[in-house]
Design a protein around this ligand. Structure first.
Ligand code: GDP
Ligand code: MN
Length: 361
């Protein structure tokens, strides 16, 4: 692969940002966004913040994808994005292929659509939104097949509305690469059981039928299950707003693991991943098996629990990194470290495992 072009050192940021940063060498990574044109008002502040806190220095390219049932991004949208990021940023705009964004042939479309209404009536979060089902399926496996990602080895997923509250002073792609790791997360959340009642059993069946030999992390997941520490069909589904960050992130032999893979998951709206793993046969085979079972539509399986289960099954704890030092927020969930030197806009409240926002740079 071609060497990355030299990256000029930038002058220090004014205000909240740090001054020291390791710019070279870089990894073959991209910042990945799946967005709607209508997301623009939330997207612009997120991009400005992401640039300020990281990418104005590291200058990774962007891939922005739209759904095929929406018009391609307008010239206005593209111009606004270009204004929000560093001058000369590489921006690639693409569309998810139609066959990756529709109810698959092996399901009865009519029945599935009636099912969406039932899910909505039962209070399954986003269960009534067809686009959301497509999004979850896409990010669960199909994204890794997208043509615009083929030339990349790493992706960092970003979403409208996200904010970073401290500067990221090193290259997290490089950090993972040097440690030979596959995946990084910041926040774990507990999912509402009614979105995925049959996911874990489906995976267990797949493990048996495929003869997959699970990793140490898988052991841990099933131990949690057998101990009835939350994974249980009779566990009362939490209303979404009561779903709490998994404060029970367990440090086991120096590694952080989410308790209960099926419900407590790596929250994928922040994720950094190594694409060869997601493109690999074992990952794609698992995705295909889940996809064939229909659960992305007959239930509302999220990409986050699928991602977590796949990593637990196929990769193991050594391959997953908890970016404890990132201050990150999406919606009402936030993680904030104690890192004064990073010009953070927030401070942690340790006893509550919460955060307080001090100021916005
Ligand atoms: P939440 O974060 O799970 O509450 O859901 P979001 O509405 O933020 O959706 C997650 C991501 O997928 C965001 O980046 C959205 O822009 C994107 N997304 C969700 N649904 C659609 C859709 O129907 N079309 C497109 N193009 N993007 C979508
Ligand atoms: Mn979101």
């Amino acid at each position: 692969s071609a060497a990355a072009p030299p990256v000029p050192r930038l002058p220090p940021f004014a205000g909240c940002a740090p001054t020291s940063v390791e710019l070279l060498p870089r990894e073959n990574g991209t910042i990945l966004l799946l967005v709607r044109e209508a997301d623009l008002p939330q997207l612009l502040p997120t991009l400005r913040n992401f640039e300020h806190r990281f990418n104005a220095r590291f200058r990774y390219p962007y891939v922005l994808l739209s759904a095929p049932d929406e018009p391609p991004f307008s010239a206005h949208f593209r111009a606004k994005i270009a204004e929000a990021v560093h001058p000369g940023a590489t921006l690639e705009f693409g569309t998810v292929p139609r066959e990756h964004w529709r109810i698959p042939d092996w399901l009865d479309e009519e029945e599935v659509r009636q099912g969406f209404a039932k899910q909505a009536a039962k209070g399954v979060q986003y269960g009534g939104r067809e686009g959301y089902h497509h999004m979850c399926r896409f990010y669960s496996g199909l994204f890794a097949r997208h043509e615009l990602l083929q030339k990349y080895e790493w992706y960092w997923r970003l979403e409208p509305g996200v904010r970073f509250y401290c500067s990221v002073t090193y290259d997290p792609f490089r950090f993972l690469a040097q440690r030979n790791q596959t995946y990084g997360f910041v926040i774990t959340l507990i999912d509402d059981l009614n979105t995925l009642p049959s996911l874990f059993p489906t995976v267990e069946r797949y493990v048996q039928e495929s003869g997959t030999v699970p990793t140490d992390m898988w052991d841990f997941f099933t131990r949690a299950k057998n101990g009835q520490k939350g994974y249980s069909a009779s566990f009362p589904p939490l209303p979404f707003l009561l779903a709490a960050p998994c404060l029970s992130l367990l440090k086991l032999e120096g590694k952080y693991l989410p308790v209960n893979a099926d419900r407590c998951h790596f929250w994928t709206n922040f994720e950094i991943g190594h694409l060869p793993f997601f493109r690999s046969q074992p990952y794609q085979d698992l995705f295909d098996a889940l996809d064939r079972s229909g659960g992305f539509y007959t239930e509302r399986w999220g990409d986050a629990p699928v991602r977590t289960i796949a990593l637990g099954l196929l990769e193991g704890a050594d391959k997953v990194h908890y970016f404890e030092d990132f201050a990150y927020r999406h919606d009402w969930f936030m993680h904030c470290p104690e890192r004064k030197e990073l010009g953070c806009e927030c401070v942690p409240i340790p006893r509550l495992a919460g955060c307080v926002v001090l100021h916005v740079c």
